[in-house]
Design a protein around this ligand. Structure first.
Ligand code: SF4
Length: 245
């Protein structure tokens, strides 16, 4: 009980400091992410609305109601700094679902996933296997932007991934493409590197899943273009088999 009260006190102090100084207040090196994660965990556990949301997500039967729930979500600390909840884009029952990591600055501004240079590269990658962006359902593991484009924290993924899992269930794609380490690890429930996970067809809840490099990483590492293209050939093959079957 004492530890829980200490935790609440810590959360309150950090909350006050964030309100006064913004999320960039000084904390000794290596401590800040750990403390922010702890605040996020405490808030999710203590928030009655957070608990209700967790129970509701799995029972929702339409993408629209899931979107509305996400748009009011306060399950993790990211709701405090977001401008938009970037839920998804694309038809509700697409054959292909693309999953990225988290919104960046442009996505946070526009509310649309995968815009900017990485988004344009995604469009080109999809076109290389005959897929138009407007025919694909595009979402991220996290629906709100991590400040400064830092990596998602484990607690944030834990709080947000029920939305993604429900999205996959409701969209019912023939294949999921996981772009980047966080998407692949979250959906497959493993800690393996992307280098190990790419190049083969996995299964997520019975749905074929292909993991490949995130377009933003591809922009920085053009030598990964060929392996990415090969991964997308796997996607093409899965779709062809589905059509034949
Ligand atoms: S990132 Fe996900 S869990 Fe966190 S506030 Fe946004 S919608 Fe909720």
């Amino acid at each position: 009980m004492a530890a829980r009260n200490d935790g609440r006190a810590l959360a309150e102090v950090l909350r006050s400091r964030m309100e006064l100084e913004g999320s960039g207040f000084f904390v000794p090196s290596g401590e800040r992410e750990r403390l922010l994660s702890r605040v996020s965990r405490l808030r999710a556990a203590e928030s009655p609305s957070g608990g209700k949301i967790a129970a509701a997500i799995g029972s929702l039967e339409s993408i629209d109601s899931l979107r509305r729930l996400a748009e009011s979500c306060t399950r993790c600390v990211l709701h405090e700094t977001r401008r938009s909840v970037v839920f998804a884009e694309g038809p509700d029952h697409a054959r292909v679902m693309c999953v990225g990591e988290a919104p960046g600055a442009r996505e946070d501004e526009t509310g649309v996933p995968f815009v900017g240079r990485a988004g344009q590269l995604l469009d080109r990658l999809l076109l290389s296997v005959g897929l138009a962006r407007e025919d694909v359902y595009i979402a991220n593991v996290l629906k709100c932007r991590p400040p400064g484009n830092r990596n998602p924290q484990p607690e944030e993924i834990e709080q947000c991934s029920p939305f993604l899992r429900r999205q996959v269930a409701l969209v019912g794609p023939e294949v999921v493409i996981a772009f980047g380490t966080f998407a692949a690890q979250t959906l497959l429930g493993v800690r393996d590197s992307l280098g190990k996970l790419r190049g083969t067809v996995h299964a997520y809840e019975g749905v074929p899943l292909v993991a490949t490099y995130h377009p933003a990483a591809l922009l920085r590492n053009p030598q990964w273009t060929r392996p990415s293209w090969e991964d997308l050939q796997l996607v093409r093959r899965v779709l062809a088999e589905h059509s034949d079957g």
